[in-house]
Design a protein around this ligand. Structure first.
Ligand SMILES: C[S@@+](CC[C@H](N)C(=O)[O-])C[C@H]1O[C@@H](n2cnc3c(N)ncnc32)[C@H](O)[C@@H]1O
Length: 340
């Protein structure tokens, strides 16, 4: 009985004509955008791979063919894979970031890292003079910050905290601003934007934040531009679902940058899993741009074996999808106690 009800629910999700029509129109629009990139040498290969993907997902059989015959090859050559969100299309970036936030809320994808960061803030509150400064690299739509701030308000956290969200995708700030409208209207959070952050500007922010409780700074910049900041400018650096967007070399540079900027790094990312690729394909079938982000991310993610080979201190979990949570202290620094 449950299987029959499940199948009917699945069909009502996939079949309705209007949705199928909208989906087809969206794929057509994305293909037109991608074709406009084909003449640009920097994007040629990425455009070709994406065009092949969006053509394949026009039908379930085409997609199945792509999954069986193309995806394994792309997994082997994953450095070539560039998600639609990483191409210069603010419209699709916005759609992916908004839908990702939606999945993060409804599937509780951020709970492990959210609770770990709140625990860290509680620890810092006991030891820190002045405001606590944390930086979120590749913050996207800032769903994680929204959830942390909501929990801090609910738990009556009473120390000043500056959240610095760094992202170079213009759409991320649009998505985040809409999300914080309510909290800013109630005066619970103050929001600033900047396109550059130097030592003097950061010190000024710290001085101004001392009397305020929660401040959010959107930094519209490439995270690697932060290397000019003084050592330990932040108390904590974290990132979620960022590592798979970077090459291995960029990933190593990100680790170096994080250890320069803060004594502690916390990160979360998904793990490659074939059953989850199938489940997530069904969930995101209606949203072509999101399907692209989800499947290309999975193909670029570490497998559990690759994660273990990194010899990181990381915990794996399956709540509800396979991911890892890594906490890393700056090499050579004394490890912090974890007491909240
Ligand atoms: C998949 S999104 C994840 C967003 C968010 N952290 C989350 O988990 O919902 C990855 C984000 O990282 C950003 N990003 C990738 N490389 C970056 C870099 N070098 N500097 C700043 N942002 C970057 C992208 O623009 C994108 O918004």
């Amino acid at each position: 009985m449950a299987a029959i009800l499940g199948s009917i629910a699945g069909l009502t999700y996939l079949v309705p004509y209007k949705r199928t029509h909208r989906r087809r129109a969206e794929i057509k629009e994305i293909l037109t955008d991608l074709k406009s990139l084909e003449s640009q040498p920097n994007y040629q290969e990425a455009a070709k791979i994406n065009i092949e993907f969006f053509r394949a997902i026009r039908s379930p059989f085409g997609y199945l063919w792509w999954l069986i015959f193309r995806a394994p090859n792309l997994r082997r050559n994953r450095t070539k894979l560039v998600e639609l969100i990483d191409l210069p299309f603010p419209k699709w970036q916005k759609e992916v970031l908004e839908t990702l936030s939606w999945f993060e809320v409804w599937m509780r994808l951020l709970v492990p890292i959210r609770e770990r960061i709140i625990q860290e803030l509680a620890r810092l509150k006991k030891t820190k003079q002045g405001p606590i400064v944390v930086a979120s690299i590749g913050c996207g739509g800032m769903e994680l910050e929204r959830q942390i701030i909501y929990q801090l308000i609910r738990r009556r956290f009473d120390a000043p905290v500056i959240f610095i969200g760094v992202d170079y995708a213009p759409a991320s700030f649009e998505v985040a601003t809409a999300k914080f409208k309510n909290l800013t209207a109630k005066g619970l959070v103050e929001i600033r934007t900047a396109s550059h952050l130097g030592n003097a500007a950061l010190n000024k922010l710290k001085a101004e934040a001392a009397n305020r409780k929660l401040m959010l700074v959107f930094l519209k910049a490439d995270a690697f531009n932060l290397k000019g900041l003084a050592e330990d400018s932040f108390d904590l650096v974290y990132h979620t679902r960022l590592r798979h967007h970077l090459t291995l070399k960029q990933g190593r540079n990100l680790d170096k940058l994080a250890s320069h900027l803060a004594p502690r790094l916390i990160e979360l990312d998904d793990l490659f899993s074939i059953p989850e690729i199938i489940i997530i394909s069904i969930f995101t079938w209606r949203f072509p741009a999101v399907l692209n982000g989800a499947i290309f991310s999975y193909l670029k993610d570490f497998s559990k074996k690759e994660l273990l080979a990194q010899k990181w201190e990381a915990e794996c979990s399956r709540k509800p999808f396979s991911c890892y949570l890594r906490v890393r202290d700056k090499p050579g620094s004394a490890k912090h106690g974890d007491g909240a």
